[in-house]
Design a protein around this ligand. Structure first.
Ligand code: PLP
Length: 395
């Protein structure tokens, strides 16, 4: 155990920890970076935008030279919509690999855009595999693009993006990745994965505050995206070419959010970049999952699929357990949990990302133990249906 690592500072404002996949708990320095105003046109802010864009490209690691960064105002969904509208073709099909809420949202977005889709729907949490994607691509020459969600935050599964990338590349198709909740903590290196564009946002693994998303795309794909978007404000090519020319965002930028994000990027680098950040989150997950299992809780997913981002647990079968009461009592102890999204059995989620370390995670487990006792829950074991459901994953 890495007990020599000093504990992270505690929230100074006394607010609860957000065990959620963003907005999440940010550092006091990140919050303090927002305590002044910047003119959007001014050289100081233009320099901040340039520093942020190059800092994000840097995180791609080997092979980054071919890519550029285009920030986009709004929450992550705005950036996903911007990416799909700018890169998914109007006359060819885009295959969407769906295994949760964010895959479904990508399908819905394409319907709004009126663009042709093919969907591989794996339900709530089964991973799309490389061989099935290869088969679908071989069967349908109309498919030119593939969309995959890196970490499907609704279950917490870390999808096998390398397999998918290999299958798409072998079939000569183009890959687009929603890496919203994984980028910055899970490697996404162009030297190992072939993709034209990926998208993430300020308030996930970089630990900024909400207000914009960003697209990292091949410069050649950005050039080719001219005129493809249906939308003025979400046009990635237009935002990119304007930024290249003027150093400015096209419309009012979230200046304070960018300032906070730059501070968060500095802290990310100081922690050891993607490797360091990913290691802390993995420790958070390991300590928290081991502790929760000791209490009798079971995870939805096998170890092989558990992301270091967020973990889904089944609600206990014990009739004394009630999630809303569990939530309130955990909140009273300083921890905000996240409700589950499974359709078959009741569940809840615990996020591992944000300014938290393994010491905090031990406190989360201790709080859960106290709360179960206060509720009179004798066993945190899930109902039998939950385990039957889970066995489908292993099959
Ligand atoms: C957070 C997230 C999004 C974007 O959600 P917003 O609520 O619009 O910020 C998209 N995809 C995934 C996988 C996410 O985790």
């Amino acid at each position: 155990m890495t007990t020599e690592i000093p504990a992270l500072p505690r929230p100074k404002l006394g607010e609860p920890y957000l065990l959620t996949p963003g907005p999440l708990t940010t550092s006091i320095e990140t919050k303090e970076a927002m305590l002044r105003d910047w003119g959007s046109w001014d050289g100081d802010f233009r320099a901040m935008t340039a520093e942020m864009r190059s800092g994000l490209v840097e995180l791609l690691g080997d092979g980054k030279e071919a890519y550029d960064c285009v920030p986009m105002q709004g929450s992550g969904t705005f950036a996903v919509e911007a990416m799909l509208a700018s890169f998914a073709p109007k006359d060819k099909k885009t295959l969407i690999l769906s295994n949760g809420a964010y895959g479904k949202r990508a399908v819905e977005t394409m319907k709004y855009l009126g663009r042709p889709v093919a969907v591989l729907d794996k339900g709530d949490y089964l991973p799309p595999r490389g061989d099935e994607v290869a088969r679908l691509l071989a069967e349908d020459p109309e498919i030119s693009h593939v969309v995959v969600v890196h970490c499907e935050t609704s279950s917490g599964i870390l999808n096998p993006v390398e397999e998918i990338s290999d299958a798409a590349a072998a079939a000569g198709r183009t890959l687009l990745i929603d890496s919203m909740s994984a980028f910055g903590a899970v490697p996404l290196e162009p030297a190992r994965l072939r993709f034209d564009a990926m998208v993430s946002s300020a308030n996930k693994c970089i630990e900024g505050v909400p207000g914009f998303g960003f697209i990292l795309a091949k410069k050649s794909a950005l050039e080719a995206a001219k005129g493809n978007s249906h939308s003025l404000s979400l046009d990635v090519h237009a935002q990119w070419s304007h930024m290249e020319k003027t150093g400015q965002w096209r419309f009012t930028p979230p200046t304070h959010v960018v300032a906070a994000f730059l501070e968060a990027l500095r802290a990310h680098k100081a922690e050891g970049g993607v490797t360091g950040r990913g290691a802390r989150y993995a420790d958070n997950r390991d300590v928290m999952v081991a502790g929760m299992r000791e209490l009798g809780f079971e995870t939805l997913l096998d170890a092989q699929w558990l992301s270091p981002i967020i973990v889904t647990f089944f609600c206990p079968a014990d009739p004394a357990f009630c999630f809303s009461r569990f939530y309130d009592l955990m909140k009273a102890r300083g921890f905000i949990l996240y409700p589950g999204k499974l359709t078959v059995v009741e569940s809840f989620r615990v996020g591992c990302i944000g300014q938290m370390d393994e010491y905090v995670m031990r406190e989360v487990v201790a709080a859960a133990r106290d709360v179960l006792a206060e509720m009179g829950v004798e066993s945190a074991a899930p109902p039998a249906e939950a385990l039957i459901e889970r066995a489908r994953l292993a099959a």
